[in-house]
Design a protein around this ligand. Structure first.
Ligand code: NAP
Length: 283
């Protein structure tokens, strides 16, 4: 099976997908931004045809949440217009498109996990443009389209929250960490494996996919420090102490029951995955 992974050369999730898929003997093509003009539908179509691509995984996005408030056009271009181009090209050739989205499409006003049936209402440019990207695809779906919302990613190959906590905990004896945002920490290598299970089922539509459980950033940081065997205190602080340009949802835990129902598999807990990550990639 041959896949084009957009973001597969440098992205946090894209590289994890490439790693897992190579292990599973997929043939993967991971061009970087200089090798292919993603907004040129004709070039993209020829690339897919010339390389005999059967699956396209899109992890390319404008992911700088705060900067997006000042660069709305760039965010819209990557988060909405790119899925639109990909949709046209992949639908035209009946190529399987697996597109990733985010928990930030929700406003965070709920206090029970968000299902795929819940109405999204984003509070940030990042979330709004990602939601528009979803809508562009899901408004005209075909039977080989997956839109996967995920959350709070950590994993190898690109610096992320977990890495930053470990390096700060090595230097300091206390870290102040936000304790009023609750989400679903998710290990990229698990997400990659779980995504392939949906592809195996040849299913389509909108899914939530994250590791099991929930945490605040402070709880996640505490567990990271414990797993890494470091001695550093964490002090829970309100997000108001660290004002950001973009509003983040205070609660964005994802309900993955639709995924479990379709695949018959249940994601493992984020704590288990975090231990794996720290053990394999941080010692
Ligand atoms: N990270 C999270 O915690 C998180 C949470 C929820 C959902 N998600 C979603 O998961 C997906 C993957 O996120 P990620 O964290 O893996 O993203 P990432 O690490 O920021 O990677 C984004 C990728 O997009 C590429 N890219 C950016 N601008 C581009 C452009 N103009 N032209 C071509 N390529 C461009 C980047 O290439 P360069 O390296 O060349 O810039 C990089 O490979 C996204 O859809 C994101 O919305 C992520």
């Amino acid at each position: 099976m041959k896949a084009l992974i957009l973001g597969g050369k440098t992205g946090l999730l894209g590289q994890a997908l490439a790693h897992v898929m190579k292990q599973k003997k997929w043939e993967v093509v991971c061009p970087d931004r200089n090798e292919i003009d993603l907004f040129n539908a004709r070039q993209l179509d020829s690339f897919i045809q010339d390389n005999r691509i059967e699956f396209v995984f899109n992890t390319v996005a404008y992911t700088r949440v705060d900067q997006a408030e000042d660069e709305q056009e760039s965010a819209l271009q990557l988060n909405k217009n790119l899925p639109s181009v990909l949709g046209k090209v992949c639908r035209g050739r009946n190529i399987y498109l697996i597109h990733y989205s985010t928990d930030f499409v929700f406003d965070g006003k709920k206090n029970t996990p968000y299902t795929t049936e819940d109405t999204p209402l984003s509070q940030s440019t990042y979330g709004r443009t990602k939601l528009e990207g979803e809508k562009v695809l899901l408004s005209d779906p075909w039977d080989r389209l997956l839109v996967i919302r995920t959350a709070w990613l950590f994993g190898p190959f690109k610096t992320n929250f977990v890495d930053r906590i470990i390096s700060m905990a090595r230097e300091k004896d206390n870290l102040n960490v936000v304790h009023d945002q609750v989400g679903s920490p998710t290990y990229t290598l698990d997400l990659a494996k779980y995504s392939l299970k949906l592809v195996d089922k040849e299913t389509s539509g909108l899914f939530h996919l994250a590791n099991k459980g929930q945490a605040t950033w402070c709880e996640l940081a505490s567990e990271v420090i414990r797993c890494a065997g470091l001695y550093c205190k964490t002090t829970p602080v309100p997000s108001a102490e660290y004002p950001h340009k973009a509003v983040r949802p205070s609660y964005s835990v994802l309900d993955c029951s639709k995924y479990c129902m379709i695949t018959g598999c249940s994601p493992r807990s984020w704590i288990q995955s975090l231990r794996d990550y720290v053990y394999h990639y941080q010692q």
